[in-house]
Design a protein around this ligand. Structure first.
Ligand code: SF4
Length: 373
């Protein structure tokens, strides 16, 4: 892989102190088996040594990686470092919950080479945080950001959620104002999405919770983009804003550009040589497979060249990388349709690439279909 862009490594830490009612990620609140789990992750990593030799991004996501005991976390990082080569400038991200941020933890992370923090703030409004059943307050989030900054992490990101039921536009703008005032390198703004299997999903089905109308959600999206762009952020992917090109999430960019990645942990996904596979979404099954050194893989699919082309189009039209016209099969681009989308200001052409506009992001799922006419 030496002549290609290097792959990324993701580790899913499936423990959370409490479970948020909107969350669909695989996580459990019983962390008593965390040590055994981390051993299993190292075992799993060892099974992939012949396939992936070198990485230039490492991302600890979850779940709540910062909830893991410091010594155990250090053991995990050094276990991975002993198995794989990480290029000298590897981007190493840890997702943190504001409630877990302490000087000691940050100084340990620094000593382990972690150079990027992604902080799950979600809102700077206490009522909204209570609604989301987060375990921190707005003041706690601000304190966590101050600690991150004073520990010398210039490269930190703030994750936020909008389109909450009954959320007022002015409260969301205030959250954005607070977030940008800390001058983070990165801001992610996700719309609250409701999955049927979550407590919020059930409440929506029972009529006890109502999301904002499509028009309100559209307004949240457009006003967010406008606000952050005015403050110098690049809206480089539907939900992601970077303060300068170099602040884009190198790891996440790999998912959107078909660069190989390895995902370790329950529910993690991997991609290599046009094959995608995903792990079992159960810690018990995960541990069972690894206790006999079997890969804890639940399913895999080889993408045909048509599927790859379609995905390339689908992923490329969700971020500013766009799609190379010369790389795209003629049948995927209808010239008349493309001209219409340009006239409607949904896409633009730059340097032989089709790039989505902010309005284009809003219909990103449909853009590949619209472009093919
Ligand atoms: S802390 Fe994050 S991963 Fe854990 S339940 Fe809440 S949203 Fe999900």
């Amino acid at each position: 892989m030496s002549n290609q862009v290097l792959p990324g490594l993701y580790v899913h830490i499936p423990f959370c102190k409490t479970k948020c009612p909107y969350c669909d990620f695989y996580s459990i609140t019983d962390s008593t088996g965390a040590n055994t789990f981390l051993d299993a992750v190292i075992t799993e990593a060892g099974l992939y040594r012949d396939i992936y030799q070198e990485f230039d991004s490492l991302y600890f996501g979850g779940g709540t990686p910062s909830f893991v005991d410091d010594k155990e976390f250090a053991r995990l990082v050094s276990g991975l470092q002993s198995l794989f080569v990480f290029s000298p400038h590897t981007e190493i991200t840890v997702e943190m919950n504001p409630d877990d941020v302490t000087r000691e933890k940050l100084s340990l992370y620094k000593s382990l080479g972690i150079n990027r923090i992604s902080l799950g703030v979600q809102s700077f409004n206490d009522k909204e945080l209570v609604f989301l059943q987060r375990r921190h307050t707005a003041a706690g989030a601000k304190e966590a950001i101050h600690l991150i900054q004073s520990a010398g992490f210039a490269n930190f990101g703030i994750d936020l959620i909008n389109s909450l039921p009954g959320q007022r536009a002015k409260n969301w703008m205030k959250t954005l104002e607070e977030a940008s005032s800390f001058k983070p390198a990165h801001i992610s703004c996700y719309q609250l999405t409701i999955n049927g299997a979550t407590p919020f999903g059930k409440m929506v089905q029972e009529g006890a919770l109502k999301l904002p109308s499509d028009e309100k959600q559209r307004n949240f999206f457009l006003s967010t983009s406008h606000f952050l762009k005015e403050r110098g952020f690049i809206h480089y992917e539907i939900s992601n804003f970077a303060f300068g090109e170099a602040s884009r999430s190198r790891h996440n960019m790999k998912y959107w550009s078909h660069v190989p990645y390895l995902g370790l942990g329950p529910g993690a996904h991997s991609f290599h040589n046009n094959v995608r596979w995903w792990n079992v979404r159960s810690i018990e099954q995960y541990l069972k497979a690894l206790s006999i050194k079997e890969m804890p893989v639940e399913g895999r699919e080889r993408l045909s060249s048509e599927q790859l082309e379609l995905e390339k189009l689908f992923l490329g039209l969700r971020n500013l990388e766009g799609v190379e016209i010369s790389d795209t099969p003629c049948e995927s681009i209808n010239e008349v349709a493309l001209k219409r989308l340009i006239a409607e200001k949904l896409v633009e052409i730059h340097d032989g690439k089709i790039i989505p506009t902010t309005a284009g992001y809003l219909v990103a799922d449909r853009l590949p279909l619209l472009i093919s006419g």
